[in-house]
Design a protein around this ligand. Structure first.
Ligand code: 3HC
Length: 291
């Protein structure tokens, strides 16, 4: 199988946009596709600002920045974006029906050799692979937020993922300057999010039980455990809705009340207080601008 030189990133939200930038900074050609023109525009603006900061800090030169953007194409037409790619990385909404139908389209539109990877944090590859005719080339490629910064990428193998697909995905992760962590046997939440969710759920239990405030819990995580940010600050960074959808999907699968989203998380989602991206989550960011 030829080397990976052309990448398609589907979805231009916070994750998709930064994944695309990581790929283009590593010298790959990248097509970024999203159904919403406005989201593509926002992604381009945010990346432009981020890269300007990288230039200002001397991490990359202005020429490298310009060359990276030259390697990127943004568009709404999936068929066009999928032409000639070696891998598609899907970073769309965490809804299984959307992902399955997207993978069926990607199966039709990408070259036969292309790997179809999902950045899903909740769905295992086998939930998606059978929507395609190439389950051996379907793999999880799970980045962490913010993808430009966090080193880890989990490479998740489904039962049908071939050794070649896993090896090529690991090689790509390394080429991106990231650390590949292989999950040999798929399990929802993989490794990092399972660890993280245990901490987050306990933090919410402490809050809902009236034992401590959001601020106290976050401060304990930072100053007692050395976490870079507390569980509530982290939810605000990743988006409270992301955790909500993940838990909701798990609950629908298992029916266990313990898997359902917590009351206070449901409240936040219903009020549209989703974290930094809406200006308010567990904390108020209205006077700060987006990070
Ligand atoms: N996007 C891109 N870059 C960002 C960023 C963002 N949203 N936020 C911060 N950065 C960059 C800054 O530009 C800065 O880079 P520089 O020093 O080279 O200019 C660097 O990160 C450090 O930022 P700050 O000094 O402002 O702040 P911190 O030192 O607190 O670092 C952090 C910010 C990297 C986000 C750090 O707090 C951290 O590691 N937090 C934990 C993040 C984490 O746990 N992520 C995993 C989430 S789970 C997940 O993603 C799974 C998914 O399935 C939901």
């Amino acid at each position: 199988m030829a080397d990976i030189t052309k990448v398609l990133v589907v979805g231009s939200g916070a994750m998709g946009a930064q994944i695309a930038m990581v790929c283009s900074l590593a010298g790959l050609e990248v097509a970024v596709q999203d159904v919403a023109e406005a989201s593509l525009e926002r992604a381009r603006e945010e990346l432009t600002q981020r890269m300007q900061r990288s230039v200002d800090k001397g991490r990359i030169t202005a020429e490298e920045r310009d060359a990276s953007f030259t390697r990127m194409r943004f568009g709404t037409d999936l068929a066009e974006a999928a032409k000639g790619v070696d891998i598609a990385i899907e970073a769309a909404v965490e809804k299984i029906d959307v992902k399955r139908s997207l993978f069926a389209d990607l199966d039709r539109l990408t070259p036969e050799h292309a790997i179809l990877a999902t950045n899903s944090s909740s769905f295992v590859p086998s939930k998606i692979a059978d929507a395609t005719t190439r389950p051996d080339r379907v793999v999880g490629m799970h980045f962490f937020n913010p993808a430009l910064v966090m080193k880890c990428v989990e490479v998740v193998r489904g039962p049908q993922t071939s050794d070649e697909t896993a090896a090529m995905t690991v090689a790509l992760v390394e080429r991106l300057g990231k650390t590949a962590v292989v999950v040999d046997k798929e399990i929802p939440g993989f490794i990092a999010n399972r660890l993280l969710n245990a901490v987050r759920d306990e933090a919410i239990r402490l809050l809902e039980g009236g034992y401590a405030s959001v601020e106290s819990i976050d401060t304990a995580a930072r100053t007692a455990l050395g976490y870079p940010m507390g569980p509530f600050e982290l939810m605000d960074l990743t988006g409270i809705d992301i955790g909500y959808h993940t838990k909701q999907a798990r609950f629908e699968e298992t029916g266990h009340p313990a898997d359902a989203p917590s009351r206070s998380v449901v409240d936040k989602v219903e009020r549209g207080e989703l974290g930094r991206k809406t200006g308010k989550g567990w904390y108020d960011y209205t006077n700060e601008g987006n990070h």
